[in-house]
Design a protein around this ligand. Structure first.
Ligand code: LMR
Length: 397
């Protein structure tokens, strides 16, 4: 049966990491996949995570299955991070969560949930969006559409065009919003723009699906949740897919959550029952270890404040790399002004490099970036690789 199969194309992001691993050049630079690197170019295990793991190892009594929706403590802490302590969505009990394998797992469970109960709803994504969004949704038979987002220069938000196209989306459809640190552009709406987005979503009776994979990587834990908290108004419904890959550095542990906010408690419980079927028919129930780490860190005031310090360090290193990159590019070329990169937030920016330039960077300089829009992972830049990187970019411009 398999002998006539053609080889599928490599994944647009993870395929580049495979190619990078096979590249023998000792000076190679990987700015493709969204993984944080410290000043030495390594992806560290956070100290608070190591400490929590030590405690868990001592205390753990069983490897029995978790419930279909995962660890209850994890879900509670995940929701608290999203909404902030004392938020009405928490105290009312109208927000429920299922623990998922990473943010991607949350997106797939959300899509399966929509397929089961809202089969005619389409999902509208920003143009551009994470290359895997349409693939995940289409794998769950969802019809994907796009709304306008980026401006003609490719460096900022065209908010009027965005608002206009959101206004055209039919009631009952789903609108995917990036909670912060827009992937792939690094361009986020301002707080005032979020207010307007939330107004449109509610007036048009759209279902917001918020992808929130970078909380704490933009401006801060609460500051990054401004848009999400604007969208979640009393009695309104929302789906939130959150991830702990980046802000806890738990990439390989696959820790995420799908949080469903319903108009009232009964509706939330009904929605949860369907999300649990989506989980059970997909991977049965989630893995324990990563979620236990997150729950442990967030429950322990000392570990939590250590985490906040470590997260702030990652954030400020990324932002200082943005500044350094802009400065270096200014020194090396006048062919393009990259100052917009310092204004963007999160791991990514669209460099505007063309597919031909991206190819040349890879083949001549062993610099790996994502082809679509020339997305660069700023978090992969270091003081050690920045000169080589900027020289290579300047030479292909
Ligand atoms: C990315 O966009 O690089 C990350 O979200 C990781 C991934 O799975 O693609």
């Amino acid at each position: 049966m398999f002998e006539n199969l053609e080889v599928a194309p490599p994944d647009a992001i993870l395929g580049l990491t495979e190619a990078f691993k096979n590249d023998p050049n000792p000076q190679k630079i990987n700015l493709s996949v969204g993984v944080y690197k410290d000043a030495d170019g390594t992806t560290p295990i956070l100290k608070c995570v190591k400490e929590a793991e030590r405690k868990l190892l001592d205390e753990e009594q069983s490897k029995g299955y978790l419930g279909i929706d995962g660890l209850a403590d994890f879900g509670r802490h995940a929701r608290q991070l999203l909404f902030g302590e004392g938020h009405e969505a928490l105290t009312s009990g109208r927000a429920v969560s299922v623990q998922t394998p990473g943010g991607t797992g949350a997106l797939r469970v959300a899509a399966d949930f929509l397929k089961r109960k809202f089969a005619n709803s389409r999902i509208w994504c920003s143009k551009p969006t994470w290359v895997n969004h349409p693939k995940v949704f289409e794998a769950a038979d969802r019809q994907v559409e796009t709304y306008d987002y980026i401006d003609a220069a490719g460096t900022g938000l065209n908010f009027e065009a965005m608002a206009d196209s959101l206004q055209q989306i039919p009631a009952g459809d789903v609108v995917l919003l990036h909670g912060c640190c827009h992937n792939p552009t690094g361009i986020d709406p301002t707080p005032d723009q979020w207010k307007r987005i939330a107004d449109i979503v509610h007036e048009r009776r759209l279902l917001p699906l918020i992808d929130f994979a970078y909380q704490g990587f933009g401006s801060g834990i609460d500051a990054d949740a401004i848009g999400l908290r604007e969208v979640i108004r009393p009695e309104t419904e929302t789906l939130v897919c959150s991830s702990f890959s980046k802000n806890f550095g738990l990439y390989s542990e696959r820790v995420g959550a799908l949080t469903i906010v319903a108009s009232a408690t009964d509706a939330a419980q009904a929605a949860l029952s369907h999300a649990k079927i989506a989980v059970r028919t997909n991977y049965s129930n989630p893995p324990q270890h990563g979620a236990a780490i997150v729950a442990r860190v967030l429950a322990d005031s000392e570990l939590r404040s250590d985490w906040e310090v470590e997260l702030a360090k990652m954030r400020s290193r990324i932002n200082s790399m943005r500044e350094l990159f802009v400065e270096k590019m200014k020194e090396k070329t006048t062919a393009r002004d990259f100052s917009f990169i310092a204004k963007q937030r999160g791991m990514f920016s669209f460099s505007g490099l063309t597919p031909v330039q991206v190819d040349e960077l890879k083949s001549k300089y062993s610099v790996y970036i994502v082809t679509a829009g020339g997305r660069i992972n700023v978090a992969g830049m270091t003081e050690h690789n920045i000169d080589r990187l900027c020289d290579a970019i300047a030479s292909v411009l």
